[in-house]
Design a protein around this ligand. Structure first.
Ligand SMILES: [Mn+2]
Length: 446
């Protein structure tokens, strides 16, 4: 691998769990923790031990069950929090205490009611205390992006001096934009005394949909760690999505000279596990791991895909662990895709015959959103019965799979599944029978 290695700090179990409806029990957290280990994350933030006995137990259990990654526990800048975090991390091989204290005027005046001077002292003292309990201490100035930069630099200098080795810069409220956040990271790198002894980290929220873009801007300006979550879950609009950051760096290695230790083919399985545990699905068009992320329906796209995947695919589904990209048969599909599906189902048609199937298919697809295999089989049998079955000797690998899956049973697989209004009359009236040129294959769905 070329370029600089970026540390992936996963906070699915801490910040992610703070999303409404995403709480997990200890067993579920350990299960996901093991999967995050398979995925190859560098740091697992396992919880906030002072928050509840359940959180404490989860951090303890993950520290014991997942030995490879650094296991982090969150603590506010207070003695009891820090001691509780250290206690929960006792059995971790590589523990990290993550100390957080707000630094913006809004938070200092309205939430903490302390002065700048008190904030500076509390930050440094807390980090010093944490260092007596743990060699690896990370400090986060909460609401950093709304903090006066000069004061932010002072706080960062104080915590480096006190022994923090990671300086995490949170965009707690998801307010910053890429150019601004990149500038902030660069100015920290240039202006903070002792910064070369520490790793700068980014922690971005997605309130404006910019969490991943902001994280990439931070990396491009010197951040060595990003904090992110699977499926982008997290407070409010969520955190930066781990899978999007990792694949942006990987697919655009020509633009970003950085790499991660993530086993990308574990992205989809990890995402699926989280959806199963939380019973919260990602939107179908979610980048990388959404149901439609590798689905192609438009005819021109399907035709291109079947000829060469590079036409419409910038990464393979296999590279992120998705079984295969799906050619969804819908009303925008072309003949090429339809013909392939027919073959997969065990039927071969000549061009003219396929036209007939295609016309019926388009009428049906107008009525129902997704044409499933059993619908297509009924269209085929209504038109041609079993006369176009591929003889057993010519069975292709896909055909064999379809047979194994029971798709070829000589009966109506799902009786009554075709809408009643889908009759022979609507079929013949639906589309005129003029010749379709090869070019027309592409026009459907452009
Ligand atoms: Mn957060």
């Amino acid at each position: 691998m070329e370029g600089k290695r970026i540390t992936i700090f996963d906070t699915t179990l801490r910040d992610g769990e703070q999303s409404p409806g995403c709480s997990m029990n200890v067993q579920e957290k350990v299960r996901l923790g093991r999967q995050l280990d398979q995925l190859g994350v560098d740091v697992i933030e396992a919880g906030f031990p002072i928050a509840s006995d359940g959180d404490f137990a989860a951090v303890q259990a993950i520290a014991a069950a997942v030995p490879r990654p650094i296991i982090a526990g969150l603590a506010r800048a207070a003695r009891h929090d820090i001691e509780r975090a250290a206690k929960a991390l006792e059995s971790a091989i590589r523990p990290r205490i993550h100390v957080v204290l707000a630094t913006s005027d809004i938070h200092l005046q309205h939430k903490l009611r302390i002065s700048h001077q008190q904030c500076l002292e509390q930050a440094a003292n807390s980090v010093r205390l944490a260092r007596t309990l743990c060699d690896d201490v990370e400090f986060s100035p909460e609401d950093a992006t709304r903090t006066d930069p000069e004061f932010l630099f002072q706080v960062l200098e104080a915590v480096i001096e006190a022994g923090a080795s990671t300086l995490n810069i949170p965009d707690t409220v998801g307010y910053t934009v890429p150019a601004e956040f990149g500038d902030l990271i660069r100015s920290i790198r240039e202006r903070v005394r002792g910064v070369e002894r520490a790793t700068i980290s980014a922690h971005c929220h997605n309130d404006l949909g910019l969490a991943v873009a902001n994280s990439l801007a931070a990396i491009a300006n010197g951040a060595g760690q990003v904090e992110c979550t699977i499926n982008g879950i997290g407070e409010r609009a969520g955190n930066a999505s781990l899978e999007e950051i990792v694949m942006a760096l990987r697919v655009r290695a020509d633009k970003y000279a950085y790499y991660t230790a993530i086993a990308t083919e574990q992205l989809y399985p990890t995402s699926q596990m989280l959806q199963e545990i939380t019973e919260i699905s990602v939107q179908p068009n979610k980048a990388i791991i959404g149901r439609n992320a590798f689905a192609h329906e438009a005819g021109i796209h399907q035709d291109g895909m079947l000829k060469n995947r590079l036409t419409y695919e910038i990464m393979t589904p296999q590279s992120v662990g998705v079984p295969d990209s799906k050619l969804v048969l819908g009303k925008h599909s072309g003949r090429h895709a339809l013909s392939l599906r027919c073959e997969q189902l065990g039927y071969h048609f000549e061009r003219r015959e396929l036209d007939e199937i295609y016309r019926k298919f388009v009428v049906l697809a107008d009525q129902i959103k997704h044409v499933h295999d059993h619908h297509l089989l009924e269209v085929i049998r209504e038109a041609y019965g079993e006369s176009h079955r591929i003889p057993p000797g010519r069975v292709t690998a896909e055909h064999a799979e379809a047979v194994a899956a029971g798709a070829e049973e000589p009966r109506r697989l799902f009786p009554g599944s075709v809408p009643a209004e889908f009759s022979a009359a609507t079929l013949s009236a639906g589309v005129s029978s003029e010749r379709h040129s090869e070019q027309e294959d592409y026009l459907w769905g452009v």
